[in-house]
Design a protein around this ligand. Structure first.
Ligand code: ADP
Length: 392
């Protein structure tokens, strides 16, 4: 079954085409368009290229998967129809860079490829079994009723880590559970497997996973929370926004805009929103860049430690995504001084890791420290395949 995975931003459209079957998983093509003003035009162009290149005719694409961020009142892996569009639009202000784009993309695909199934996998789906205490804020009921809760993000990435780390640790039972989680639901397992997954990239989150199920995560209501992001703030006291607006003579909208595009690594360092640039400036002695790096590491550790208490122990500590996979110095900084907790990095292994899977802990380390490349699109393709197979 040919499945197109669509990744939509306000001015971008990226895609990957997969061939999926019971015993087959392969990527046939990938491509993307930046700085576009019309998703429909880019989608049509991509389909023409796929056909001209002999990869697939539009009629051969049986399903399209959407990595939707969050929807009001809706999560999971679901058919992408009007209900999904409505849920995305209901939270358009919470994820302004993504929700309107996905709502538009789903409409466009409905028109352009009407025969293909459309499936949305919400980034919040992996958190549907987080215990209620970990999902709610201490807010008035009316706030809760309009949808304010800890949603969690990067669900596809952390789910991939849950499955792959279980395989790497010799726990096929957990890997199998994770693979079928959205179809079969959770199951009880005798032996625990506890994992902390650090997805550190353009945006970052730290998730605790027990027996394949998320028990909590650093991202809360919006992608503006948790660990500092490339240009988004991360956690901030709710009292700071109205105070800053007044003190700086900004409207709440202007202040929010600064938190979502002029904060994070960019706002702290003044250098840029890419960790490579921030790190080089820090090494050259730029004090703002140095503190940006320190805060990032501090926040990753703060969230990982909170997951550790909740899990009550740990078998694997995993780094994934652009920052987590490619920066030995960052892994060393996050793991520094944790030997007493059983987290013992092997300096040599850590230095050479990157570009693939690796174990970077020492042989004597009770906790395995792993580097696992992120593979969110594959998770999408797998979930869409399962969903469509169940629907047929
Ligand atoms: P996104 O979240 O946008 O998909 P990535 O997961 O690629 O992005 O993460 C982007 C971050 O990863 C950037 O801050 C960048 O500095 C870092 N990064 C990506 N590739 C490398 C690399 N080869 N070496 C060091 N850092 C990298």
């Amino acid at each position: 079954m040919k499945i197109l995975v669509a990744n939509l931003g306000s001015t971008s459209f990226k895609f990957r085409l997969f061939e999926m079957g019971e015993d087959e998983e392969s990527q046939l093509a990938e491509g993307g368009y930046e700085r576009i003003s019309d998703h429909g035009e880019a989608i049509r162009d991509a389909l023409v290229s796929l056909e001209n290149d002999g990869v697939a005719s539009p009629g051969e694409i049986e399903a399209v998967g959407f990595k939707t961020v969050l929807g009001r009142g809706l999560s999971g892996c679901v058919e992408a129809g009007d209900e999904v569009i409505e849920a995305l639009e209901g939270f358009a202000d919470v994820a302004p860079a993504h929700n309107p784009a996905y709502a538009d993309g789903i409409r466009q695909f409905r028109e352009i490829l009407p025969e293909a199934r459309r499936v949305a996998l919400f980034e919040t789906a992996f958190y549907q079994w987080v215990p209620e205490a970990g999902r709610r804020y201490a807010i008035p009921q009316a706030w809760y009723d309009v949808g304010i809760r800890r949603h969690g993000f990067h669900g596809a990435s952390h789910k991939f880590i849950a499955e792959r780390s279980a395989e790497m640790l010799g726990r096929p039972d957990v890997a199998k559970l994770v693979r079928g989680l959205y179809q079969e639901g959770p199951q009880k397992l005798e032996r625990p497997l506890r994992v902390i997954s650090c997805h550190l990239g353009g945006s970052s989150s730290v998730t605790g996973i027990r027996n394949g199920l998320a028990i909590g995560t650093s991202m809360g209501f919006s992608p503006q929370s948790g660990v500092p992001q490339n240009n988004r703030v991360g956690d901030l006291d709710a009292g700071a926004l109205p105070y800053a607006a007044k003190a700086l003579g900004l409207t709440i909208e202007e202040a929010s805009q600064q938190l979502s595009s002029e904060s994070g690594l960019l706002g702290l360092s003044g250098v840029g929103n890419d960790m490579r640039d921030v790190r080089s400036a820090a090494l050259e002695g730029n004090p703002e860049a140095q503190i940006a790096v320190e805060i990032f590491v501090h926040e990753v550790r703060r969230w990982a430690s909170s997951m550790l208490f909740e899990l009550g122990g740990l078998e694997a500590f995993v780094f994934t995504a652009g920052i987590g996979e490619n920066n030995p110095w960052l892994r060393a900084a996050v793991c520094e001084g944790l030997e007493g907790l059983g987290i013992v990095l092997d300096t040599d292994r850590n230095e050479v890791a990157g570009g693939g899977e690796a174990k970077v802990s020492g042989e004597e380390s009770p906790v395995q420290i792993l580097v696992i490349p992120a593979n969110e699109e594959l998770v999408l393709a797998r979930e869409v395949y399962q969903k469509v197979t169940n629907l047929n």
